[in-house]
Design a protein around this ligand. Structure first.
Ligand SMILES: Nc1ncnc2c1ncn2[C@@H]1O[C@H](COP(=O)(O)OP(=O)(O)OP(=O)(O)O)[C@@H](O)[C@H]1O
Ligand SMILES: [Mg+2]
Length: 252
């Protein structure tokens, strides 16, 4: 099993699009993939068959006897399952009993052991560095960081890196940075090249060779509640996520 958290506390940088399309591309390659929605916004959950009565990641984190296998839902895509979220997840931390405080950040990790060997788990996180993102980083083997191709996007990275370092020191010494993924790349702005160059200076080959272009096709796919990889399989955005999937497999 390989557990990859997709995290960046900046909102709207392509976390959910990355989880969904990387997941769909890996599934297409024959990998068995489980997507975990750890965001109360539940954007990822839209592609699953879950309805409101189903158990969610809120139940997973709060109830000791709810198993990850019980909450995963099928999607229209073969080999791709989703553990759905719901808005109530936003209150999960406050709902934990005080007695559990020191295990609070291990809530997700404690539930990951029940999945079968060979599965790839991708975790979608909210735009914050709070309880839910910390749970994702604590349960993960690797973190993938989507970075929007904009100069200011690099500023928040320091804070994210400090958080990752904190999780390494206190809870998960094995946590690796799988890579930084440049998203929403607009070839018309030279600016993006500058962002890429600077990131490579800092992170070297941790920056994925694949760059995801900015294209409205992602919005159309979102409206259709389908990964772009399936909605428009030949589009440049879909091809980018397929190339990313190959890089993710190669880096294992
Ligand atoms: N490469 C792209 N080009 C253009 N639009 C994109 C791209 N990737 C994602 N989008 C769109 O940008 C918006 C934000 O993307 P997404 O929801 O993946 O970001 P996010 O980081 O998960 O946001 P949040 O922090 O709110 O969870 C969505 O409407 C999505 O369809
Ligand atoms: Mg999101």
């Amino acid at each position: 099993m390989r557990v990859i958290a997709v995290a960046n506390q900046k909102g709207g940088v392509g976390k959910t699009a990355t989880v969904l399309n990387l997941g769909a591309a890996l599934a297409e390659m024959g990998e068995r993939v489980v997507l975990i929605d750890l965001d109360p916004q539940a954007n990822l959950t839209a592609i699953s068959a879950a309805d409101e009565a189903e158990l969610t990641t809120h139940d997973l984190l709060l109830s000791a006897d709810v198993d990850l296998r019980e909450i995963v839902q099928p999607t229209p895509i073969a080999n791709l399952l989703v553990a759905p979220s719901e808005y109530a997840l936003a209150a999960a931390e406050a709902q934990l009993a005080d007695a559990d405080a020191d295990r609070a950040q291990f809530r997700l990790k404690d539930k990951l052991g029940t999945l079968a060997e060979g599965i790839i788990v991708l975790i979608d996180t909210p735009p914050s560095l709070g309880f839910l993102t910390i749970n994702a980083l604590t349960g993960a083997d690797e973190v993938l960081i989507p970075v929007q191709c904009a100069y200011l996007a690099m500023k928040g990275l320091q804070q994210l890196l400090r958080t990752i370092e904190g999780v390494r020191q206190h809870a998960n010494s094995e946590l690796d940075i799988l890579g930084l993924l440049l998203t929403m790349y607009d070839a018309r702005t030279a600016h993006a090249e500058e962002v890429k160059r600077r990131l490579q200076e800092h992170f070297g080959d941790r920056v994925f060779g694949t760059i995801v272009p900015r294209t409205v096709a992602f919005d159309y796919a979102t409206v259709a509640a389908t990964p772009l990889v399936h909605f428009r399989p030949d589009s440049p955005g879909a091809e980018a996520y397929r190339a990313l999937a190959r890089e993710v497999i190669d880096r294992a």
